[in-house]
Ligand binder design. Structure first.
Ligand SMILES: [Zn+2]
Ligand SMILES: [Zn+2]
Length: 369
């Protein structure tokens, strides 16, 4: 018997089983990751609860964990050349495993790849070599995986923000075009909203406003510590009036809506954005329809409205140094860590089912300790 990998396998809604798998043999084209950590986001909680029905992510049994970092344990010569990494290197592995051949991959949108391969969400642990997720000691590196070199010195918890930081880079900077002197409104102070504050600051925005509810006070305070100039508590004050006040009635250049479930931010964004401005929509609204949206305003104000999903290669490449630059500030967002065998508790804390007295912002599974 060779060396074994240990993993948390989700076998049913809210049901984990801990299993050991044989470490696979590696060829010239693939590799093996010694997993360091898996960051958690809202998708992990929905997956845990069985709430991903009718989506491509309704797959079990599965080793969850799609926000992955670790060290290259074994690597084939071709893979080493392709990824420009060697054994022992610390790396970030993107969740998606794009085919590189379909229409979307060929046109630079690997996020929409029709092959639908990806770690932690898309491939069952039944499929050899079984190690397709980050809640494990080891993970298989498929030839088409996207791997990025990460610095050895960065804090484990801060590096585990890489996936949401890459989202913030793509949504705010690459798609939103936030630039020097811009006024930016970020709706929703979840980890992606808070990281978007850092992106906006790094891009040179002159005014960063973050909205949240009265339940989000701790997060809104964090937004200010990260560089937001103003926060708006939407259930206590009128966000449209406040935003207009803060911009001298001009409106903001970019609205980034990362709030989940609520449609009001998007309806209000049409009022708050300046003529010619951009609205980037990233927070899913549970399939709710948009009541109150005056679509004519999109025309009369020449507003660009764009939906964004997930990340890009270039956004990951920019996210890693950005995490390093703001490492000290970002460490405050990393509130909780749990071992693989405590995955269930990690998810229940994430879903606010367990309140341990310390508000959870970013949680990661620590796969080493
Ligand atoms: Zn995620
Ligand atoms: Zn593809």
């Amino acid at each position: 018997m060779g060396e074994q990998a240990h993993a948390a396998v989700l076998i049913g809604p809210r049901q984990f089983e801990f299993r050991d798998f044989l470490i696979p043999e590696i060829t010239e084209d693939d590799g093996l990751l010694r997993v360091e950590a898996a960051g958690l986001c809202g998708t992990d909680y929905e997956q845990f609860g069985g709430h991903l029905k009718n989506t491509p992510w309704d797959i079990r049994p599965i080793i969850p964990g799609h926000e992955i970092q670790g060290w290259i344990e074994k690597i084939g010569a071709n893979a080493s050349r392709r990824w420009r990494v060697k054994e022992g290197d610390r790396v970030i592995v993107e969740a998606s495993i794009p085919c590189g051949k379909c229409y979307q991959c060929q046109n630079g949108r690997a996020v929409l790849c029709s092959a639908g391969m990806g770690y932690g969400l898309r491939i069952s642990s039944e499929r050899p070599p079984h190690l397709w997720g980050g809640y494990a000691t080891h993970m298989y590196l498929h030839p088409q995986a996207n791997v990025h070199r990460a610095p050895d010195s960065m804090r484990r918890d801060v590096l585990s923000l890489c996936n949401p930081m890459s989202n913030a880079v793509r949504w705010g900077y690459e798609r939103g075009g936030i630039g020097m002197g811009d006024a930016v409104l970020i709706c929703g102070p979840g980890q992606r909203g808070l990281l978007a504050v850092v992106v906006a600051k790094a891009a040179g925005a002159k005014l960063i406003i973050v909205t949240g509810t009265s339940q989000d006070r701790f997060r809104l305070e964090q937004a200010k510590l990260l560089g937001a100039h103003a926060t708006i508590v939407v259930d206590e004050e009128d966000p449209i009036a406040r935003a207009k006040d803060l911009t001298g009635n001009f409106g903001v250049d970019v609205v980034l809506d990362v709030s989940a479930g609520s449609i009001e931010p998007l309806v209000q964004a049409v009022e708050i954005v300046r003529p010619g401005g951009r609205i980037i929509l990233a927070g899913l609204k549970n399939r709710r329809t948009l009541e109150g949206l005056v679509a004519d305003k999109l025309i009369l104000k020449e507003i660009t409205l764009e939906g964004v999903l997930s990340s890009s290669w270039s956004a990951f490449d920019q996210a890693i140094p950005l995490l390093g630059r703001y490492e000290k500030e970002l460490a405050q967002l990393c509130t909780h860590a749990y071992s693989i065998d405590n995955s269930e508790k990690a998810l229940r804390v994430l879903g606010r089912e367990i309140i341990d007295g310390h508000e959870a912002i970013h949680i990661h599974i620590d796969c080493v300790s």
